[in-house]
Design a protein around this ligand. Sequence first.
Ligand SMILES: [Zn+2]
Length: 137
Amino acid sequence: MDVLTSEQRSRNMAAIKGVNTRPELVVRRMLHSRGFRFRLHRKDLPGRPDIVLPKYKSVVFVNGCFWHQHAGCKFAGKPISREEYWNSKLARNMARDADNISKLTELGWRVIVVWECELRDADTVATRLANCLKQCA
Ligand SMILES: [Zn+2]
């Protein structure tokens, strides 16, 4: 089922083009304002995590619900057209995500995933992130 409006779709399309997308900026700002210091897109880590917090041995991925197929999320609906193309493309994305997460975990990193849809309630995300990071400080 295709539940995205064309506006949401084009936003998603823009988001995959890469770094410094808006949801990521939102998360960076919320961490920064709470005193967390981080580095961005460390190329030496699997999956080039969006946000890296070395002091907390944690990385944060800010995932678009469509591209990373957020389970059970209404924003993760697949397009109706070119179903096979999307199925295999999105399956590859999910496999790559899982692979990166297991590699990072093996390297001793805590992996935190923030979904784009969660940012509609940014305060809750901020609290969750801060609690999670403080636990592993
Ligand atoms: Zn979602």
